[in-house]
Design a protein around this ligand. Sequence first.
Ligand code: ZN
Length: 317
Amino acid sequence: MIKYRELLENTKVYKALDGDIAEGRLNHCYMIIGEDSLAVEGLCSLFAQRILCSNGGCGKCISCQKVEDGNHEGVFRPKNLKADGIREFIEKVYVTSESDVKVMVIEELDKVDAKVQNFLLKSLEEPVDGVVFVLGVRRQTAVLETVKSRSKKLAVAPFSKSQIGAYFSDTFRGYSKAVVNEAVDCCLGSLSRCDELLEDEEFGGDMTDVVFLLKGLTSTKVNLKMQGRLDIKDGKLVKYLDIMQLICGVLLKRQSGIEVEGFEKLRPLANVFTVPMLVNFNELLVNARQKTESYCKDENILDNLFIKLLEVKYLCR
Ligand SMILES: [Zn+2]
């Protein structure tokens, strides 16, 4: 068993801040970048604790407790991510506070409109003594270059399978061992993804169905029978497409010599498809995914997809 805190303190991102403080060169703005929301959120809070705690971010003192409970007088977060919320938040940079150091936290900067992100620039360009910004970002493309260039950027790397496994240990929240293992195996090192997969009771079965289907991709006749195995009622097609895309991505990486931990279920698909096939598959899946947002019927999208997958498999032999 490993605790959330321990897991995050072990990341390069946290160690970078720790090193900066130890060397007395705390930056005025840190940007924590990663798709894993649970990791980014947790790191934002740990950063605030580490910066404000006189005990190295112990997690136990009053200061750390207050940060964790969200009522530390030195930690500021916007009340909302719209113009008024961010404007009010920035004003606090210039107001004297009870705390010697102010930590200005925006956990989801990428959800702030680009125009509104501009409000941050002045405070980032002319740093105020005793003020540190901690900005969480999921999608880098949604953040202004001018904001990025004034921040110390720290990317959250995926956790290892053994780390995630230890964290989501078999008794975690009452899930069965099989369900936890499956989620840990397919989460690509992301805490948030693992959490989502745990909530999704059908994931394991859906994955098995898709693997079975891809393995049997041979002739149209066989194919129609296999296709029947996918139950696309209730808008489930999108989910199957997402799983297929996920599988394609993993196989493509592996075929290109990049190691991907986990995904035991994909063993039967090892070396079944070539790189060109997978690249084409991926394109077809993206197209199919777009069609689900138009008025096309789900059955037609699936039929069409399978005919094309077969075609690609035949042409790229
Ligand atoms: Zn502390």
